[in-house]
Design a protein around this ligand. Structure first.
Ligand SMILES: CC(C)(COP(=O)(O)OP(=O)(O)OC[C@H]1O[C@@H](n2cnc3c(N)ncnc32)[C@H](O)[C@@H]1OP(=O)(O)O)[C@@H](O)C(=O)NCCC(=O)NCCS
Length: 181
């Protein structure tokens, strides 16, 4: 996918060699702190290894620009229920270009077809509206609100929950090409 800036945007499998770019992403915005504890290259290497050596329950995709990781879309599968927890993050300098929404749509389509899952689910804090927008573009339907779910800086924050079923309509977002799937 060539975007308007001429960058080559692809989805591909996560690699151990992505650790430095994972660290850069975690350092790019304080809001990444809620995605895990990655403060050093060693942390980033552990983070990537944990995703790659998860006995198949974690299905992580790198969103890469000119082959460098700028974002991650991951399905944490629950094989017993043929469902998966769906999550994503993006490095600050690659945000707001619509790439994540399209990548999330592409990975969700994959998970509900080739990936063999029947249901995907996710949740986002209501004070993180960009994440809700990504979810809706990726075909997720809002299912509810968990009131006061998190305590953040002394304030209780609601979380909106979303689901997408195999039988739901597929989104119209332009897919991001897969490099290796
Ligand atoms: C959530 C996140 C992945 C979005 O990444 P992104 O690159 O900005 O996503 P996209 O550009 O594909 O889409 C963002 C959409 O949200 C919209 N948006 C951004 N800020 C918004 C706001 N404050 N209010 C409403 N919509 C907003 C954008 O306009 C865009 O919609 P559009 O394409 O229709 O214009 C990114 O902000 C992130 O990594 N945040 C930290 C980690 C995180 O919160 N992950 C999700 C956990 S549930």
């Amino acid at each position: 996918m060539r975007n308007t800036h001429g960058a080559d945007v692809r989805l591909r499998s996560l690699r151990e060699a992505d650790a430095a770019d994972v660290l850069a992403a975690f350092r790019s915005n304080p809001d990444m702190a809620r995605q895990g504890e990655v403060a050093s290259l060693a942390d980033a290497e552990r983070y990537v290894r944990a995703l790659l050596r998860s006995d198949g329950n974690q299905i992580p995709f790198a969103l890469a620009v000119d082959d460098r990781l700028v974002g991650l879309v991951c399905v944490t599968a629950d094989p017993a229920n043929r469902s998966g927890w769906f999550w994503y993050w993006m490095s600050e300098d690659a945000r707001c270009k619509g790439w994540m929404a399209r990548a999330a749509a592409t990975v969700a389509d994959w998970a509900l077809t080739v990936g063999g899952l029947d249901r995907l689910e996710l949740g986002h804090r209501v004070n993180n509206p960009a994440s809700g927008r990504v979810a809706r573009v990726a075909g997720f339907v809002k299912e509810g609100t968990e009131r006061g779910k998190f305590l953040i800086d002394g304030e209780r924050i609601d979380v909106d929950t979303y689901g997408r079923l195999r039988s739901d309509p597929f989104p119209e977002a332009e897919p991001v090409p897969f490099l290796d799937r």
